[in-house]
Design a protein around this ligand. Structure first.
Ligand code: GAP
Length: 459
């Protein structure tokens, strides 16, 4: 399939919106920033938390064959020997002797002009002067304890998966599960990426949502298919446009050393089709390696069949930041309201940072007090925001930009008959409702399993 041209303008608009509304912004800004590291503000935290909660819901609440885990970021250095990360988690790197820049050898445009040679005559060779490729390990190294000795070297985990494998035996004992069953984990991972970029698409510190599903060896192919389907549906159910999603099976020469089959859920980001999540059939590689390096038996004994085996593993591995970016990109819309431009995030209500905003039309005549009463009732059930600053039009625009599905407006009539207007973010329809029963109406509407209106409209 041909790659569509990168839409840099959309990405720039999303980055600008994220900064303007305090979703995500450059880290260490007062010191000039630290390349490709980002901080999440109020709405960004709410949005990413909702993404992670939806993942947990799909893994834990909606099934009974997966248990949760939260393993340490710092692990025994032997973990990374056994996993193959110490020897193999590398990118081939080349340096330019002229401009001193470093590039990934496999991502290099060999015709690119070296900036240090820009002033040379056109007849000269103005390309980079490259060294031989060298392997560069992507793990961040640190030291445990006060002495920087080799004995105390440790690594920040480059994936959450290994914390699951090394706890296989523990979990098997306390969870009373038998294969097929899974262990799910969400947490920070760190990679010293050579070419981070495209906002939070690729950063050096990021959050992963990974699940290792342990199965009898002969069931691995069917569970691989199951998880590919489940994971694709998860994104569709949360509103991503189906025609912007695809499942791409890896070619044989793309497969990791541990994998017999891998497929990527890809999304059509403004930078083109790119990996959103990987689903891999890891075979028994990880448990076998950790058994060999630790000396512990990592296998399952079936008391009924008296069979003993090393389970195979199917792994759906997603990124919380990358998924958050995909939801932002997909939800971003600009429309025209009778000559006025509106920017709106048509986020699925389950993901929207704020579910409802309560706005008194004016800051007097008892309206703020009634609005405060409504906020107090609503916030027991959902993320609610009170806003009384600026014109009502400006406040609607602000809520549209952060993706709030509903706005409740208190006006003069409210004080006479205790009714309010309820404004829908997507249809812009306004209806008059009684304050009594408002909480129930909103709870019911948010609970409906409706797809994002954008998807429904395009279907
Ligand atoms: N345990 C397998 C594993 O870690 P991966 O494809 O390297 O597989 C899984 O990572 C997911 O983690 C990716 O699909 C992506 O969503 C996210 N991810 C990986 N590296 C990332 C980075 N540098 N920045 C942001 N997200 C990243």
């Amino acid at each position: 399939m041909t790659q569509p041209p990168a839409d840099a303008a959309t990405m720039e608009k999303i980055v600008a919106l994220c900064k303007r509304r305090g979703f995500i912004f450059a880290s260490s800004e007062i010191y000039g920033g630290l390349g490709s590291t980002y901080d999440y503000g109020h709405y960004g935290v709410l949005l990413k938390t909702n993404v992670k909660n939806e993942w947990w819901r799909a893994m834990l609440q909606e099934r009974d064959d997966i248990v949760a885990l939260d393993s340490a970021i710092l692990q025994h250095p032997r973990v990374w020997e056994a996993s193959g990360h110490l020897a193999g988690f590398t990118d081939p790197m080349v340096d330019c002797r002229a401009c001193k820049k470093r590039f990934r050898a496999d991502h290099l445009d060999r015709e690119e002009m070296c900036p240090a040679k820009a002033s040379l005559p056109k007849t000269d060779d103005r390309r980079h002067e490259l060294t031989e490729a060298r392997d560069f390990n992507l793990m961040f190294k640190t030291f445990v304890g006060p002495m920087e000795e080799s004995a105390s070297v440790a690594y920040l985990r480059p994936e959450t998966a290994q914390g699951i494998f090394i706890n296989f035996k523990n979990v098997l004992q306390f969870s009373r599960k038998k294969p097929p069953f899974g262990i799910a984990q969400v947490g920070k991972s760190f990679r010293n990426e050579i070419t981070p970029g495209n906002f939070v698409f690729r950063t050096r510190e990021f959050e992963q949502m990974e699940m290792e599903f342990f199965v009898p060896p002969d069931e691995a192919p069917q569970w691989y298919d199951h998880w590919k389907q489940q994971r694709l549906h998860w994104y569709v159910d949360l509103g991503l446009r189906e025609d912007h999603l695809r499942m791409r099976e890896h070619e044989l020469d793309e497969l990791s050393h541990y994998s017999s089959a891998t497929a990527d859920v890809e999304y059509l980001f403004p930078i083109g089709w790119s990996e959103l999540e990987g689903v891999a059939n890891r075979g028994n590689f990880d448990l076998t390696q950790h058994a060999e390096y630790s000396g512990e038996k990592l296998e399952y004994f079936d008391p009924q069949s008296k069979e003993r085996y090393v389970p195979h593993v199917i792994e759906p591995a997603a990124g919380a930041d990358r998924a958050t970016l995909a939801f932002l990109v997909d939800a971003y819309d600009e429309d025209d309201l009778g000559g006025e431009q509106r920017t709106v995030l048509k986020l699925h209500p389950r993901l929207a940072p704020v579910k409802v905003a309560v706005l008194p039309l004016v800051r007097k005549d008892g309206q703020p007090e009634v609005a405060g009463e409504i906020v107090a009732a609503l916030r027991t059930r959902m993320q609610t925001e009170y806003d009384e600053g600026g014109s009502i039009g400006k406040r609607y625009r602000r809520q549209d930009e952060i993706g709030t599905p509903f706005c409740v407006t208190v006006d003069h009539q409210t004080l006479q008959d205790r009714t309010v207007t309820l404004r829908d973010r997507d249809t812009l329809e306004q209806e008059r409702l009684a304050i009594d029963g408002l909480v129930e109406v909103l709870v019911e509407r948010l609970a409906r399993e409706w797809r994002s209106p954008k998807v429904a409209a395009e279907a």
